[in-house]
Design a protein around this ligand. Structure first.
Ligand SMILES: [Zn+2]
Length: 250
């Protein structure tokens, strides 16, 4: 009732030509998309098979990267919550162990409109989208060759849009070009070969943007990234989410 009362008062007080009108966005609630943030590597080695697809889900701690990307995720979460987004962290502390499937399940249960993986790697400035036909292949649980292909066209189309928005925002914030491209896992055994991160491959129904950041000077991965560069990375990701998923009001 306070909203209605407010509008009636305005209707009485302003001239007929004023822009205030019933249904104005000033009075309407805004949609609050759920964004799932995935802060990089696992604190202990995981070497298992995804129970749904049979894909090898291998993850491992990576030194300074673990704390660096968790700090970035916390900063992004605070920024987005301040702007009215709902945020779920897929790893709730640096020390929490959660498999790729566990993270995807958390994103799905939260109803995430977008999953954002946050990594650092020396010299790599990219956003990896989901695309139809991207794959991973290797020996399955039974030891036989297995190939898992990404096939959800609707998820892929959204992922591509969001990745482009994220890369553009990151390019501005970080001051270098951030590319949207497929990955390359060739020659990285025991990781399966292929061209899409495992977490993005498992997130069949959740658009995903997987980020790598490597500022000038060679930092990233196990080499610590400085606070100013991490702040720029966080700003780019936050701006990218807002550009990808603008809050709709009215
Ligand atoms: Zn990483």
């Amino acid at each position: 009732m306070p909203v209605l009362g407010c509008f009636l008062a305005a209707a009485v007080l302003v001239p007929a030509s004023a822009s205030a009108a019933p249904g104005s966005s000033d009075f309407a609630p805004c949609a609050s998309p759920v964004v799932a943030l995935d802060p990089g590597h696992n604190p202990v080695k995981i070497d298992s098979f995804d129970p749904v697809t049979g894909a090898a889900q291998i993850d491992y701690p990576n030194g300074a990267e673990d704390g660096n990307v968790f700090a970035v995720a916390q900063r992004v979460a605070a920024t987005l919550r301040g702007r009215g987004y709902r945020v779920v962290l897929l790893k709730t502390s640096v020390r929490e162990s959660v498999s790729y499937r566990g993270r995807v399940t958390r994103a799905e249960r939260a109803g995430a409109a977008l999953g954002v993986s946050i990594h650092t790697s020396p010299g790599v400035n990219a956003v990896f989208p989901q695309r139809v036909g991207l794959y991973r292949s290797g020996a399955g649980p039974d030891g036989k060759p297995r190939r898992i292909v990404f096939t959800n066209a609707a998820t892929a189309a959204a992922s591509e849009r969001y990745a482009q928005a994220m890369a553009a925002a990151r390019s501005r914030a970080e001051g270098h070009r951030v590319a949207v491209r497929k990955n390359n896992f060739g020659g990285r055994a025991p990781l399966w070969a292929g061209n899409i991160p495992i977490i993005s491959l498992l997130a069949t129904n959740t658009p995903w943007a997987y980020n790598e950041f490597g500022p000038a000077g060679g930092a990233g991965g196990s080499i610590p990234v400085g606070p100013a560069a991490l702040a720029a990375y966080a700003r780019g990701i936050s701006d990218g989410v807002v550009a990808a998923l603008p809050r709709r009001c009215g």
